[in-house]
Write a protein that binds this ligand. Structure first.
Ligand SMILES: Cc1ncc(COP(=O)(O)O)c(C=O)c1O
Length: 404
């Protein structure tokens, strides 16, 4: 049997998909599971978007498009990304359309680091697991920067200063954040920009896929800080804002790198689905009522789940500023039930109480001194939230009695 490469053998994954397979196997065997695993809106894409896709199919929009995307969508996405970011100057030629925002993580790493050269990429931990796996897969050095509960899950800008070396090529930022739901506020982002000022060779990848799901005040991008727009790759897309995860449309904007990303796409996907591109054009330019309704619904569910989680014995949950994730601290709950860590807690919660969540170790190595956390995606119905959290409370009470 021929061997697979070390690169492929060591390739990381999104453990959400691994846990999901576990949950599905239990559900198939007849278990009643309330799942908070999956990181996607629980709504269909808006009607007007669906109609636009049907029009594209019927209208013969079946062929390849330019690798950077159809001109109409690049133009609309540039205006849209600018509008969401305080009128930041973004031109259509700075924008590339991809098959989701995710591929731009790889393209950004591939375009700013060289394989095996010792080039370093700083990325948030806990964070979207694809950052670390793609940095390693492309032969760069992953340098985690720790998010702190005491700072609302932002990192301390002083930590960044300590991590920058002459080999640092790229800094990945994510706000609002997966998995904590935390945000980097304007003050923090301006402090980061000030630290980067004497290091003009460092690129920034601003993963802003949850930009429209920021709940406190106006969204602010690091690209809006003085001197940052040229060196920042802004990443956004249709997945979360318009409930289009399976349609695979993302946008990345940077004046210097847009032609480079375009070449990567020619080498990989050729282009994003033409049908989805016409649908995304409608999503971006059409009525925003459905997107606003979904946002309001996530906000209501955030308030519900945070209130309920804080009533559970041994659980403390900060109010997340964005996305649709809650990241409760379960250190005390683990102690109460005699679980060694959040992963044992997660497994027992799934098997003994039928509640599926992800553990902090699915988002990077545990941050020293920060305790144990699990992730709830609250893109679930109110009934599921009430039932799931009640089950968790009952599970902890039952096992606390046993442990005592
Ligand atoms: C932080 C973050 N970035 C990027 C993505 C990928 O988005 P897309 O569906 O547009 O590829 C996700 C999806 O979960 C995410 O959480």
């Amino acid at each position: 049997m021929p061997e697979i490469s070390r690169r492929a053998a060591n390739l990381g994954t999104e453990n959400a998909f691994v846990v999901l397979a576990e949950v599905n196997a239990l559900a198939r065997a007849g278990a009643d599971i309330v799942s908070f695993c999956i990181g996607q809106p629980d709504f269909p894409a808006p009607e007007n978007v669906q109609e636009a896709a049907i029009r594209a199919v019927r209208g013969g929009k079946h062929g390849y498009t330019p690798s950077a995307g159809i001109d109409e969508l690049r133009e609309a996405a540039a205006k849209y990304m600018s509008r969401v970011r305080g009128g930041l100057p973004i031109r259509a030629e700075d924008v590339v359309v991809g098959a989701g925002a995710k591929p731009f993580i790889a393209y950004a790493i591939l375009s700013t680091t060289d394989h095996g050269a010792g080039d370093e990429v700083i990325y948030p931990n806990p964070g979207f697991p694809i950052y670390e796996s793609q940095i390693a897969a492309h032969g760069a050095v992953p340098v985690p920067i720790h998010l702190r509960e005491a700072r609302g899950f932002a990192f301390d800008p002083a930590d960044l200063e300590g991590l920058i070396t002459p080999r640092t090529k790229l800094l990945i930022l994510n706000t609002p954040q997966n998995p904590t739901g935390g945000t980097l506020d304007r003050k923090t982002l301006e402090a980061i920009a000030a630290i980067l000022k004497p290091h003009p060779r460092i690129w920034v990848y601003a993963d802003e896929i949850y930009s429209r799901l920021a709940y406190e005040g106006e969204f602010f991008s690091i690209a809006q800080a003085p001197g940052m727009v040229e060196r920042t790759i802004i990443s956004d897309g249709a997945s979360k804002t318009w409930a289009m995860t399976g349609w695979r449309i993302g946008f990345a904007a940077n004046p210097a790198l847009a032609p480079v990303f375009t070449r990567w796409i020619t080498n990989t996907d050729s282009c994003a689905s033409q049908i989805s591109q016409w649908a995304a054009l409608e999503a971006v330019t059409g009525p925003q009522d459905a997107a606003e309704r979904m946002r309001r619904s996530f906000l209501e569910r955030r308030d519900l789940i945070v209130r309920l989680l804080n009533e559970v014995p041994g659980v403390k949950c900060l109010v997340p500023g964005g996305a649709f994730y809650a990241w409760p601290n379960v250190t005390e709950a683990c102690r109460l039930i005699g679980a060694a860590d959040s992963e044992e807690f997660r497994k027992r919660l799934l098997n003994e109480a039928g509640v599926a969540v992800l553990a902090d170790i699915h988002f990077g190595s545990r941050v020293p001194g920060e305790g144990q956390h699990v992730r709830f995606s609250y893109a679930a119905s109110k009934e599921a939230i009430e039932k799931g959290v009640a089950r968790m409370a009952e599970f902890i009470r039952r096992n606390t009695k046993k442990a005592a």
